[in-house]
Design a protein around this ligand. Structure first.
Ligand SMILES: NC(=O)c1ccc[n+]([C@@H]2O[C@H](COP(=O)([O-])OP(=O)(O)OC[C@H]3O[C@@H](n4cnc5c(N)ncnc54)[C@H](OP(=O)(O)O)[C@@H]3O)[C@@H](O)[C@H]2O)c1
Length: 252
């Protein structure tokens, strides 16, 4: 079944880059009437808005800051929009050595990846239409114990858990809540968050060539396609689940 999003308005947090930006492109290509994107860096946001065109609206918003989320709510409400699709995608990744991790480091990661996702959805929920679709960006890390990534791994386990709980909590409003769990995907986070240089990224690609059935990293548009499935009426009976999109890497 071909799905279009012609009547739909969407919000994508962290829509200025990587998976979020690819999802914004995909929704607009399939006719979405309006797509809100957020991020903290205004220069990156403006560049993304320029690429996406007039049906995209960029709003500077730090997901870790509840006042900033309240301002985002006001911005959308003032335009009279309601949200059919909410993709809580904004997230960060960095290594933390267990034994040498400070409370400040803990809070920095959890404030965006866990508290940020929680308050993004709770704050925007009054604007989400009954029968809408909420998608949370988790990660295959939610179910793995990747070394030096205990904060990131745990943050994504929390995100996956939110999808289960909120699918129950939002039953009366027929709002579906699902998590998407990408495997390693070629986005700026590999360099900006995990500090990988080109040679290291090539090394991961080589490793996946052996270890993953797909034999390669994912691309942002491949994750976006799965997000669109979860957002669509084709997924009308898919709720509370985790869709792993990793070329089979964590499944074999
Ligand atoms: N790439 C992968 O291999 C992979 C795998 C599994 C899951 N994921 C998840 O996918 C999501 C998107 O990551 P990506 O790979 O697309 O990386 P990316 O290209 O670095 O994009 C991250 C986006 O999130 C925004 N962001 C980060 N912290 C934010 C905050 N506090 N408030 C608002 N926006 C914030 C960034 O903009 P600003 O920095 O300007 O705020 C950017 O738009 C993340 O949740 C990540 O954990 C990625």
């Amino acid at each position: 079944m071909m799905t279009t999003f012609e009547q739909n308005t969407a919000l994508i947090t962290g829509g200025s880059s990587g998976i979020g930006l690819a999802t914004a492109h995909a929704l607009l290509a399939q006719g979405a009437r309006r797509v809100y994107i957020t991020g903290r860096d205004r220069t990156k946001l403006a560049a993304a808005r320029e690429q996406l065109g007039e049906r995209a609206i960029a709003v500077a918003c730090d997901s870790a800051d509840v006042a900033s989320l309240a301002a985002l709510h006001s911005e959308i409400a003032l335009r009279g929009d309601r949200l059919d699709i909410l993709f809580a995608n904004a997230g960060m990744a960095f290594h933390n050595a267990f034994g040498d991790t400070t409370p400040v480091t803990f809070d920095r990661l959890f404030d965006t990846n866990v508290k940020g996702v929680f308050f993004t959805v709770q704050t925007l929920l009054p604007l989400v239409s009954d029968g809408g679709s909420i998608i949370l960006n988790a990660s295959i890390a939610a179910n793995l114990g990747m070394p030096n990534l205990s904060l990131y791994n745990a943050s994504k386990a929390a995100v996956r858990s939110f999808a289960r709980s909120w699918a129950s909590d939002l039953k009366a409003r027929r709002i579906r809540v699902n998590a998407i769990s990408p495997g390693v995907t070629r986005t700026p986070i590999l360099e900006s968050g995990l500090g990988m240089n080109d040679a290291q990224i090539d090394g991961v690609e080589q490793f996946l060539g052996e270890a993953s059935p797909a034999g390669r990293m994912g691309e942002s548009n491949e994750i976006a396609a799965a997000v669109l499935f979860l957002a669509s009426t084709s997924a009308s009976y898919v709720n509370g689940t985790e869709l792993v999109v990793d070329g089979g890497h964590s499944q074999v």
